[in-house]
Design a protein around this ligand. Structure first.
Ligand code: ZN
Length: 332
């Protein structure tokens, strides 16, 4: 991400960074919060570059000096990035960081650390970090990143300046994908699935995503026929294609948007739909579902998405969903 992109996508963040540096009011700790794909980590790295950049450019980091380049490649001695080790950030990782920070800065008077997915700290790690934050050194800057602000200890939040990152509007992402030559159906879906330009482009060019869309359509067609057929699609295609939580989440999103399309068709707003190749199927389904039923189905999919976080068995989760999506259908 360039500084220009940050200024366009998250102008308040760019302004905060510029002001705090110009007025020499850099805080000891920041908490960047916002959805996935809003550019929190990229902004944290730009902040670091802006602080350490050797070129005297007014606002932007130069991206060319030795400091900018080392931050970019992750080997600046005074800039540290902590990420979850497996599923969590362990106490030991925070202790290592503290140890590192008791040494004086190697090359400049400042040190900066970024903690990615700060909500995944174990209780012990969070308590260690809290002590660290309670004894701030004048030259230390902490940037915590999270997609789930409510999971961060309030005592930690209160010691940080909280900066919220806003999701990019779907239309902006969609327009960008179209510029890049992505086919309409895939562009609309990719723009709805993520708030990140890069991720949307990557998804829309990935065979996995195109295949995911096909499986979702297959499931929908099977649901309109027989319960057993839908279960077969789950076992033979769905569970082998969506093999982890993140992929399952995308799959369920794609299914959700399909039902949303169905709703658009029912409301006569066909120009909005993403599954334009399913138009005939949708026109027929129009007589099978009422608006209320479609809304119920969308709720069921949202519930399934929420259950992903409870570590429920994926097969069970999908089978329950299929049952709910068959409920109240005109042809059991
Ligand atoms: Zn530079």
């Amino acid at each position: 991400m360039s500084w220009k992109t940050l200024e366009t996508n998250q102008p308040h963040v760019a302004k905060m960074i510029v002001n705090s540096i110009r007025k020499e009011r850099v805080a000891h700790a920041y908490l960047f919060e916002g959805q996935k794909g809003t550019g929190k980590k990229e902004a944290a790295l730009l902040f670091a570059k802006r602080l350490f950049c050797l070129a005297n450019v007014y606002d932007e980091p130069c991206e060319a000096c030795v400091n900018c380049r080392r931050i970019q490649s992750g080997n600046h001695p005074d800039v540290h990035l902590v990420s979850p080790d497996g599923n969590s950030i362990k106490k030991q990782q925070i202790e290592q960081l503290q140890e590192e920070f008791t040494k004086t800065a190697v090359e400049s008077s400042r040190k900066l650390y970024i903690i990615e997915h700060a909500d995944q700290m174990t209780v012990q790690a969070a308590n260690s970090l809290l002590k660290f934050l309670e004894e701030p050194s004048a030259k230390t800057v902490a940037i915590l990143l999270t997609e789930q602000l409510h999971r961060i200890l309030p005592t930690i939040v209160s010691r940080c300046q909280v900066i919220s990152f806003h999701p990019l509007p779907t239309e902006r992402i969609y327009a960008y994908l179209q510029q890049q030559g992505v086919a309409r159906g895939l562009a609309i879906l990719a723009a709805r699935v993520t708030n990140s330009l890069e991720e949307a482009l990557q998804l829309s060019q990935d065979d996995w995503f195109a295949q995911a869309r096909k499986i979702v359509v297959q499931l929908y067609e099977a649901l309109n026929k027989q319960y057993v057929q839908a279960l077969l699609v789950i076992q033979q295609h769905w569970l082998t294609h969506f093999t982890n939580k993140e992929q399952m989440n995308i799959g369920l999103d794609l299914l959700l948007y399909l039902y949303k399309d169905l709703l658009y068709v029912l409301l006569g707003e066909e120009q909005q739909i993403a599954y334009d190749d399913c138009m005939t199927e949708f026109q027929q389904s129009r007589f099978l579902y009422s608006e209320k039923q479609i809304a119920q189905h969308m709720r069921a999919i949202l519930q399934a998405k929420a259950r992903l976080h409870t570590n429920m068995n994926p097969q069970l989760l999908m089978e329950q969903l299929v049952l709910q999506l068959r409920e109240g259908s005109a042809f059991v």
